[in-house]
Design a protein around this ligand. Structure first.
Ligand SMILES: CC(=O)SCCNC(=O)CCNC(=O)[C@H](O)C(C)(C)COP(=O)(O)OP(=O)(O)OC[C@H]1O[C@@H](n2cnc3c(N)ncnc32)[C@H](O)[C@@H]1OP(=O)(O)O
Length: 469
């Protein structure tokens, strides 16, 4: 049962050390008889992916604009893959909380990064799975025969978010703009009231319910009987594994970022923080006050960061002399009730994408699952291990089963590395790719939940030419 499984989370930290996973790629992989059939006729490959260091919002990136982060990710990608910008046919880029001046941020970032004017770019938004959407939109464009080479990615910048005037103030300003005579303007001004000045702040909340993600995660944890201690233990696991991966130099997806007009170069994520469990136990509830179980330490934190990746047909990769990391084998999106099942995307997406690909939980060598909150991850694990949940809510005969946790987020996750919403999907994908090499696996499963009660599942397969660098 899941409860036994959860008891072992702390033991797992000592049982599975990242250092044990260092191994050379010894498995013989071949393109001749793939176990998962290519459905596109193009054998679409993930060449590589990069990201800026992920930073706590309000720290070193604070004076920037989001397209500057995205630009650095794009430049870093082209430099790392050594692919000329002219080869790229199209860019699909994600963002969630839009900077109003750069609403098609994919295009602005591409121009700033020196892509030719002739490379079109569009921006996608699907909450925390926006860069997954970037990747799968790219797969669709390639499969449709529209293009061969796509850059996908995403950026989120929580250090500066659009804060609006109140609706009443906006209405007054718009009407004042149209007023024809000074007298009309004066009449309008006389309707002004001081409370018009109250600003509208964006919230990390569901529009349909008004509930914040953290509040919803707390309710979810309570309904799956996930204790505060289990959440704190999971958070310590995430930070411990991220720290090990960072110290061992495994986070090679990071491209250092020299801050504009400064000699300072940012080289590392700055939110990884391994704390003793008793310190976590003392923190107050962050959302459901005072008795909730979700705290600042067992939540993902507000993060600034950007990512980018290069996908193309295998044939094109060969022509360009590239060594791709992955085949992008299959994917699915799911959507549920955004109130009670808001953060259960992985539970719904996992069996669906496994079935599509003809695989089972046991076939997966690397799991990379977005950690919005520790309570959300543990609730998903319990749901995946419940026949009752599968039958009552998912219209399935039985549970999908529990993944082997020794293969689960072994380099930490969004709780510790950070979660710049629209950038996370590429981070999950490139960590899957690099872990498949280091851990000598074949198949990886990426899953994530997103606002709106949506989720994604993706199946990837290590490419025979893959290296972890
Ligand atoms: C699909 C999805 O992905 S949904 C998820 C979307 N994302 C979210 O909703 C973001 C959720 N997170 C948040 O909103 C914020 O990070 C919050 C509200 C949880 C916390 O914000 P803040 O209160 O500003 O956090 P802050 O960094 O100040 O930490 C609060 C306290 O916890 C402590 N703390 C935080 N992390 C840790 C840690 N790992 N170990 C020990 N202590 C910690 C801090 O030191 C601080 O202590 P202090 O009050 O003594 O100074």
């Amino acid at each position: 049962m899941a409860s036994n499984l959860l008891k072992n989370i702390i033991k797992l930290d000592t049982r599975v050390s990242v250092s044990q996973n260092v191994c050379l790629p010894i498995r013989c992989l071949s393109t001749a008889s793939p176990r998962v059939k290519d459905k596109t006729g193009k054998n679409i490959v993930f060449v590589d992916g990069v990201r800026t260091p992920f930073l706590l919002s309000g720290t070193d990136y604070a004076p920037l604009m989001p397209h500057q982060l995205a630009k650095e990710a794009l430049i870093g990608l082209m430099r790392k893959t050594n692919v000329p910008r002219e080869v790229v046919d199209y860019i699909v880029y994600g963002t969630v909380i839009q900077e109003v001046k750069t609403s098609n941020i994919g295009r602005e970032a591409a121009l700033a990064a020196g892509f030719p004017h002739s490379v079109p770019a569009h921006t996608v938004t699907m909450a925390c799975i926006s860069s997954n959407q970037g990747i799968t939109t790219g797969i669709g464009l390639i499969a449709a025969g529209a293009y061969d080479v796509i850059v996908a990615g995403g950026v989120e910048f929580m250090s500066d978010v659009p804060i609006r005037h109140s609706r009443k103030m906006r209405s007054l300003l718009l009407r004042a703009n149209k007023a024809k005579t000074p007298l009309d303007k004066l009449k309008l001004l006389s309707t002004f009231r001081p409370n018009f000045l109250l600003p509208e702040l964006p919230a990390v909340a569901e529009f349909s319910s008004g509930e914040t993600m953290g509040f919803s995660a707390d309710r979810l944890a309570a309904s799956f009987k996930v204790s505060r201690e289990e959440q704190d233990q999971y958070a310590v696991r995430s930070h411990t594994m991220a720290k090990e991966a960072q110290d061992k130099g495994y986070l090679t997806d990071i491209v250092p970022f020299r801050l504009p007009n400064s000699s300072k170069v940012i080289e590392k994520d700055n939110g990884i923080r391994v704390s003793p469990i008793d310190k976590l136990a003392k923190l107050k509830a962050a959302f459901v006050k005072p008795h909730g179980t979700v705290t600042a330490a067992n939540s993902s934190f507000l993060t600034d960061g950007a990512s980018a990746c290069l996908i193309m047909t295998e044939e094109k990769a060969k022509q360009l002399g590239l060594k791709p990391k992955l085949y992008l084998r299959d994917f699915t999106y799911v959507a549920q009730d955004p109130i009670d099942q808001l953060l259960l995307g992985p539970t719904y997406a996992t069996p669906k994408v496994l079935e599509k690909a003809g695989l089972s939980v046991k076939d997966i060598d690397v799991w990379e699952v977005h950690e919005a909150f520790a309570g959300q991850i543990l609730a998903n694990l319990k749901a995946m291990d419940s026949d009752w949940f599968a039958q009552k809510y998912m219209n399935r005969q039985s549970k999908v089963g529990v993944p082997d946790l020794s293969k689960w987020n072994n380099w930490g996750g969004s709780l510790s590395i950070g979660h710049p919403f629209a950038a996370t999907g590429v981070r999950l994908t490139v960590h899957t790719a690099n872990r498949l090499v280091r851990e000598d696996g074949q198949f990886g499963l990426i899953a994530a939940c997103a606002a709106g009660g949506q989720g994604v599942g993706m199946i990837v397969e290590r490419h025979p030419d893959a290296t972890a660098l």
